[in-house]
Design a protein around this ligand. Sequence first.
Ligand SMILES: [Zn+2]
Length: 252
Amino acid sequence: MVLIPKRRRKTLYDELKRHLREVFHDLARRKESQIIEGHMMADHVHMLISIPEPRMPDNTTKSCASCGLAPRPFDSVLYGSYGGPSRLLCGRCFNLEAARRRGLVDFEHIDFEPSTMSDARGREHVLQFRTHLFAGGVTIDAIERNEDQSESYWFKLIGNEEGDLFELLARLVTKMRQELACTHLEEGAYGLQINDRGIVRARIESDPEGKTDMPAVVIDGRNISWGEFGRMVATYMGFQFKLQLRDLSDDI
Ligand SMILES: [Zn+2]
């Protein structure tokens, strides 16, 4: 993608560049996309963006354009630049290509084995790992998928692209243990309610049933509709609360 200021004036200087860099990364993240490469010139901006494939059913016949294998449903990337053809790549081939383009000769893609962990209620969760290179470094995601292909628990960390992936994984596993041990909801007489701590940490997701434009919130790995969440806070009439939006890789 190439962005050009009006009449191609040379208006993109240091402070503005820094600001725009943050804005572009933020916008990409909101669409679950990542900027793989970006170059800011005085009069134009050049970006290569990876966009995840929309959720595909398990019996999908789409295969990776490079190795020919079917990518895992949460680990396929549409790779291409604006206006040109795009190719569907599996996570491994995507990383190898991204590393080659950026001259990261030492980058080694690792497929981590899924991990099973228990939450505070003793329920087991199978988390699958996904590693992607992007312009800001490397991300590892740990994703639990429901039968309907929606995501339940989802953890993420961002590391240095030249750092040790096993060290990043170890930090992610620590974060997963801490967050799984901490619950926010409990069963009450009238269904799910916010527990005594009075704190809710949630992830904003698209509604798995897709019937409305309203998002779902995922709390304790459960999809909660906006209406259900409204019912949960209805018992706190007259209270106040703070809503702080943070990236999935941040500690909250
Ligand atoms: Zn592949």
